[in-house]
Design a protein around this ligand. Sequence first.
Ligand SMILES: Cc1ncc(COP(=O)(O)O)c(C=O)c1O
Length: 408
Amino acid sequence: MPQLNLPLKHTSLMKWPADRIVNSSPKSFGIYEKASALMEQGIDVIHLEVGRPNFDTPLHIKEATKRALDDGLVHYGEFPGTFKFREALSEKLATNNKLKVSPDEVLVTSGLTHGAYITCVAAIDPGDEVIVLGPYYPQHINKVELAGGKLVIAPLDKENGFQLDARLVEAKITDKTRMIILVNPTNPTGRVFTRSELLGLANLAEKYDLLVMCDEVYEQILYDNSAHISFASLPGMFERTISLFAFTKGYAMDGWRMGYAVACKKIMQDLLKVSMNDIAHLNVFVQEGGFAAITGDQNCVREMVAEDLRRRDLVCARLNNIPGVKCNLPEASIYAFPDISAFGIPSAELAEEILESTHVACEAGSFYGEHGEGHLRICFGAEPYGRLQSAMDRLTEFFRQKREQPIQ
Ligand SMILES: Cc1ncc(COP(=O)(O)O)c(C=O)c1O
């Protein structure tokens, strides 16, 4: 091999990484990192921090995927996802979401995370402002920053059960605002926004000509008589909304990494531009599992939601029995968001203390931004009923001792 006699350069002249990486916030996994350290020491931690469904993926979905592999579906496929799958998704969207879309307005993504990332890359120019409702789902923050956007937090109305008050959002709109990120049903508060709350936001989107990215990952996990409304189904909203869905929670398929983005053709062509340069397309045989999920019997979803409901009722009742803790019943999702402000301890400190003394991992409300302070987020969907009972026993005892401690 010929030798290149180039002068050695000092590696410090090499620019790495790009400014947008330097300038983005470090990714935090919250209390999970501390819980993992305890687990490495062999401690059995009860996980109420991570939103990982405590169910196996339904059998017929796994079998369809295995069949696809055996049938040789192992080669390149269509960039937006297989036509058959997108056609089935468009039928589901018409029936369940009141969204009449063609298969060309559906793009299969690698989980909701990927849909959110390609949306941010396609929508945001450096300096654009993006409004997120606080308390927020933290994993959307980095995507906005990586795309060069500036994050602006508009609070939900905490005094009224974290309602979406359009006036609080309007106060944050400037001439640089480009997009609003909506998570509905919400994480961490477990609310399902009503039609009138969503219409308030729709009026703003229209008035200020804004895009809306709507994360609907919890659309299937609804309790009591809650009804989920897809934001894009509101009058005039389809043309300005990127709706994001996933198989993650409803079908217990978090490790499969499968979701889909829905948008009008004008927006879709640019989402596709990012996606095809990113993942090219989602694994073809995995999409067969998604097809089986969406076209198969939905009893599996109903059964999982029924069990989540039982877990919700246990956890919320037990939390409300603890003097000083107040917990609204979540209308959806797998999270309770109890108010622990009566203890006067910052939530991050409290979550750490709970983890260390009880080996129960709860997430601090402040992990969801300043508007989550005064709360803990407790996932009741990641552990079986018996372990939730045990976690609630430990929390009850922890707070009993806390009340008896003299104020420092
Ligand atoms: C609101 C919200 N959006 C998105 C996700 C991630 O979805 P996925 O695993 O499909 O990327 C989660 C996971 O907890 C979530 O809570």
